[in-house]
Write a protein that binds this ligand. Sequence first.
Ligand code: TPP
Ligand code: MG
Length: 348
Amino acid sequence: MEKVVSKTKTPTKVAETKSTTKFSKETYIKWFESMLLMRKFEEKTGQLYIQQKIRGFCHLYIGQEALVAGSESVLRREDRVITAYRDHAHPIGRGLHPKYIMAEMMAKVTGCSKGKGGSMHIFSKEFNFFGGHGIVGGQIPLGAGIAFADKYNGNDNVTLCYMGDGAVRQGALHEAFNMAMLWKLPVIFIIENNNYAMGTSVERTSNVHDLWKLGLSYEMPSKAVDGMTCEAVHEAIEEAVARARKGDGPTLLEMKTYRYKGHSMSDAQTYRTKDEVKEYQAQDPIEKVLATIKVNKWMTDAQIEAAEQKVEDIVAESVKFGEESPYPAADELFKDVYVQEDYPFIIE
Ligand SMILES: Cc1ncc(C[n+]2csc(CCOP(=O)(O)OP(=O)(O)O)c2C)c(N)n1
Ligand SMILES: [Mg+2]
């Protein structure tokens, strides 16, 4: 079993990549800072959940951050992102200030969904983040639909539609894949394969374990990607985005990743071993990016500390903002719901 990479150690594998990396210093620093913010924000979220300051369902993305960081370094702000309920990191990656996510999780009126959605329903119109969906696989046809709208409107925006390995077993995936290929929609389907759907492993859900192969029956360009490495994610997304922008249609990317925490906040994790978790923690994307930064001397120790402090400050500001915000007024219950005032079939 590999050892967990300690905070201070520089893995030799990364050191070897020093002269060959094609990515800029700025890109590495952005990856480091954004992933650290996602990680620290969610660590705090976990603590607040235990204190019951956050309630309801709550799923952490810890371990999977490279998927968002490596994608966002390719995207434009006008591009669209949609995902499932494990949805704190994606809007942070888009640029949404985490205080609006924290307030949302605390059910406060200042939350990005006015405190009515909670952890699973983060949205940001401003940053083109389309949620935040609790129905497993529900976002797959929605993602195709958003891409259809962009194609119809004649722009070259691209939609990134993330889903879990469990979500690929939903029938709607096939209808969405078929239409996306038929109409060459500018959508990239990203499977966040963290190997488990709650406690059920990929091997227990189907005969097909290579999830990228699901695209082949639609002749969709499809492949597997190392999702623990920002560079690999960026390159795969870059190729897929280029294809989508020029009108050549969708791509399916199976990103191999891992969640370090349980499925949600209450999970005894009897379906996996501690050694398995450690094996993936040894490939931690934040540690890898930091090692490359250090080996290239792109940040001094003082600059790294300052970046860490900045992240801590943003997290503290988010908690304060959430705690000091009010709950929604009672009449909010009747707002933002479909109500047809002259609905003829209710007789009072
Ligand atoms: C249609 C539907 N069926 C079942 C559930 C219950 N459920 C919530 S999360 C989940 C597992 C999904 O796993 P995966 O797609 O791999 O995503 P991950 O949690 O690993 O990110 C299930 C079965 C649900 N929310 N929606
Ligand atoms: Mg999963």
